[in-house]
Design a protein around this ligand. Structure first.
Ligand SMILES: [Zn+2]
Length: 301
């Protein structure tokens, strides 16, 4: 075997060894580790995770839309006849929670304090109407829709033991919504990092969020030393997801800080702001929220 052939052969072996297959569960499912699967129909969609346990499955989030929730339910049926035991919300927004009703009986829904209040204010009914108008398949998927407010709202930290699994729920302050929960599986070394981080996608930095809080959360999550990192949206990866976000925020603060020190107003900063290193990221319409947050950070308010 010549050198090129050996290289090709090694690559083939490496690819077949990757735990990404799960072909029998459909093209949108990745096997992350034994009994742990992530579903997302499109790369930027919210991830749904199925964690199998001897006491029944646990879900992390319930799909970008109810169509995704039903697709995830079909995946689940191939894995087990058992009903979902717990649903954990990484955040209260509709693209993570509006599929709850598909699984919610008899599952118990767990989220951080404040999640129910934010779900009720978030205009899910209007979003459902819009989805039905845009996608014909949505009407059927929404049949039987009801909002499922979390039965359990924990504060700061919570450990959930289900069968052989231990799940640590960790509140992340001011990173994306008012109730963001990272989930850490210490034995499996897998971390669900919420929308505190993205995968080649600009964050939506709402006015109450702060870059120092986001950086502190990334530091906290990194300190757990995870082998696999799964963001709220985007392909599962490693701590490189953290490296990339830290690089983004460092450059953002440097760029905005430089313009602010030159005495530029926020509007002037926005007009002059350029960060071409990140031009290939999605959701460009959110860049101005990053500039707002960076300006608040460098001005100390
Ligand atoms: Zn969100």
């Amino acid at each position: 075997m010549n050198r090129t052939m050996t290289a090709v052969f090694s690559i083939c072996i490496a690819l077949t060894a990757l735990p990404l297959g799960a072909q029998d569960l459909g093209p949108h499912v990745r096997k992350i580790s034994d009994g742990i699967y992530v579903y997302a129909a499109k790369p930027a969609d919210a991830n749904v995770t199925i964690i199998m346990t001897t006491e029944g499955p646990v879900l992390i989030d319930t799909g970008q839309t109810p169509v995704d929730a039903r697709a995830a339910m079909e995946v689940l049926k191939k894995l087990t006849p058992q009903p979902v035991r717990f649903i954990i919300h990484t955040e209260p927004h509709a693209d993570h929670t509006s599929g709850d009703f598909v699984f919610a009986t008899p599952a118990t829904v767990i989220a951080h304090a404040g999640a129910t209040a934010e779900m009720k204010q978030s205009g899910i009914a209007a979003r459902n109407q819009k989805l039905m108008a845009a996608y014909p398949e949505m009407r059927e998927a929404l049949d039987g829709y009801r909002m499922v407010p979390p039965q359990i709202e924990y504060r700061d930290r919570m450990t959930l033991s289900v069968g052989e699994r231990t799940l640590d729920l960790i509140y992340l302050k001011n990173v994306h919504s008012t109730a963001d929960t990272a989930i850490w599986l210490p034995k499996e070394r897998i971390l669900w990092a919420t929308a505190a981080v993205g995968v080649k996608r600009y964050p939506n930095l709402r006015p109450f969020l702060t870059i120092p809080d986001i950086l502190a959360s990334i530091k906290l999550m990194r300190s757990l030393n995870p082998e696999i990192v799964i963001a709220g949206h985007g392909a599962p990866g490693t701590t490189q997801i953290f490296d990339e976000m830290e690089r983004y925020y460092a450059m953002l603060l440097e760029t905005v800080g430089k313009l602010a020190r030159e005495g530029k107003s926020l509007d002037q900063v926005k007009a002059e702001f350029r960060m071409p290193e990140f031009d290939d990221w999605a959701a460009r319409e959110r860049i101005s929220t990053s500039v707002d947050a960076a300006y608040r950070a460098v001005k100390g308010n």
